[in-house]
Every structure is written in C-alpha cells, then in structure tokens.
Design a protein around this ligand. Structure first.
Ligand SMILES: O=C(O)CCC(=O)C(=O)O
Length: 276
C-alpha cells in the first residue's frame, strides 16, 4: 500500500461525504449535506400533537331475560301501552298432556302450507299447520278457510282455558314442529282480523322449545333490533302462555330452529277472529 492509500484508509475517506470530513475549518458553519434538499432555509412548520378525548358512545341494551316460572310478567309499558304475558308451566298435568299430544298429532288435519314473502317469493313453511274457526284467517299471503267441525280434544282444551281464565275464543291455529329443524319466523299476531290488543292463549305439548320475544325498535332505528330487549320463554309440555295488552303492537316473537335434537311439539294458539 502506497502512502496515499494508507492515508485514505486511516481517514475513511471513501466512506464519509466530503463535507463532513473532520478536517474542515471549524470556525465556519458546517456545510449543508447535499442529501437534505433544497428547502433547508425554510422554517419547519411546527406540528403539535393535541390529544382530544373522543366521547365514548355507549348504548345500553336492556338485559335479556329468560322466563320459565309461573307468573304474570309486565314486559313493557311503551310505546303503545302495557304488554303483559302470563305463564302457567303445568297448566295441563303430564299424563293428560301425553294423551292429548297423541290425539292431536294423529287426528288433526295437519298440512304443510306455502308462505308468500313481501317480494313475492314462495316457500314451504318449515312446520305443519291446522286451523279451526268460524271465519277464514289470512297471513303471509296464505288463507286458512273457515272450519267449524272442532275436534273434541280441541273443545276440551278450549273449555279448560276459558274456564280457568274467563276469556273466550272462537278460533285456533295449530303448529306442529316435527323436530328441532322446524321453526316459525319473527312476527307479531297483528292482523286486522284479530282486532286491537288481541289476547292470545298458547298451549304447548311435546318437546320444550324456546319462544323468543324481541321488542320492536322505534322508527329512528330503521328496523335495527341490536339494542332491543330479548326475552326467552321456555314452553314446556302442558304449559299455557297468555299474551295480552300491547304485546302484539310492541313485540315480535318466533320459535327458532334448534341445532340439537328435539322431538315433536304441538302448539295451539286460541284467538278471537273478527270477520274480514
Ligand atoms: O309455537 C309457538 O309457540 C308459537 C306460535 C305462534 O307464534 C303463532 O302461531 O303465531
């Protein structure tokens, strides 16, 4: 290595930019490195980080409930008025309920009917139904024709409900859920033919299913049920549930599909139907 190469290696001359070499005249300002750019004489704009607290939007949803004990439950008081349900889990004693289930299962004229959605699409109801009443009953684009030859088992159950509640009914819609895959979608029993504030008595036989209720949202929610209260009512073999007051105006109900085994269930809803 010649003396020039030696000097260069000691000073690291090939790596450092020429303008930061340590042998510069320190009485003069340091030269600007050429990688800084042309606007070096501009004052950097001062950016301050200002912490702003974002107001927390916390929406409280009323606690969901499960109802399984006998009682009278006032589930809401607005917007239309008092919504009340009454539950009698052992309304019909078990042996009698077993025998009624068998009779109803084999002797009512169960049929699978077709619903028509709002957009005109048709689909088979995921359950079987039977209707008895002095007048036809229409909902979801289908009509049950009037049928007055009440089965004796239905008269027996209707007499039992009327005798113990003082209520009176002139019609009955039956649903047969063949297994846990059968279901009934969210709805209210609010057809015009049921009149205002209808009282509906619902008796169940067979396997327990969850009767789910959800409060209808105010118009400002645009049909979003996220923050609305849900109530599950367990409907067991021989139970009676009565819905009254504003329940159909302010709440929806359904029987959801189950994802574990369920055997058959029959539900009878006694109603008062007005001529259409
Ligand atoms: O099966 C049930 O318990 C509910 C029946 C029902 O909601 C109806 O018939 O409208």
């Amino acid at each position: 290595m010649n003396s020039k190469q030696k000097r260069s290696r000691v000073q690291g001359g090939w790596a450092a930019p020429t303008n930061v070499r340590s042998d510069r005249d320190k009485t003069k300002p340091a030269p600007v490195p050429n990688w800084i750019g042309k606007n070096i004489d501009q004052q950097p704009t001062e950016k301050k980080f200002v912490y702003e607290e974002v107001p927390e939007v916390f929406r409280e949803k009323p606690a969901d409930k499960t109802i399984e004990k006998a009682g009278v439950y006032d589930i809401s008081t607005d917007p239309s008025g008092l919504s009340r349900i009454r539950l009698f889990p052992n309304f019909i004693e078990q042996k009698e309920a077993d025998s009624l289930y068998e009779t109803l299962f084999h002797e009512l004229p169960w049929r699978q009917r077709t619903d028509v959605k709002k957009d005109g699409e048709k689909f088979l109801q995921p359950r079987l139904t039977a209707w008895y009443g002095d007048h036809p009953y229409s909902y979801s684009g289908l009509t049950h024709e009037a049928r007055t030859d009440w089965h004796p088992a239905l008269n027996q159950i209707k007499d039992l409900i009327e005798g113990s509640t003082g209520l009176r009914f002139n019609s009955m819609l039956g649903n047969l859920y063949r297994d846990g895959h059968d279901s009934l979608a969210w709805h209210s029993d609010d057809e015009k033919s049921l009149g205002p504030n209808p009282t509906i008595a619902s008796v169940s036989f067979g396997d327990t299913r969850t009767f789910q209720m959800r409060k209808k949202p105010p118009p400002s929610e645009n049909g979003d049920y996220t923050y609305m209260q849900h109530i599950d009512v367990l409907l067991t073999h021989g139970s009676l549930l009565i819905m009254e007051g504003s329940t159909q105006d302010d709440w929806q109900h359904r029987i959801p599909r189950e994802y574990h085994d369920r055997s058959g269930r029959i539900n009878l809803t006694f109603r008062v139907i007005l001529p259409e």
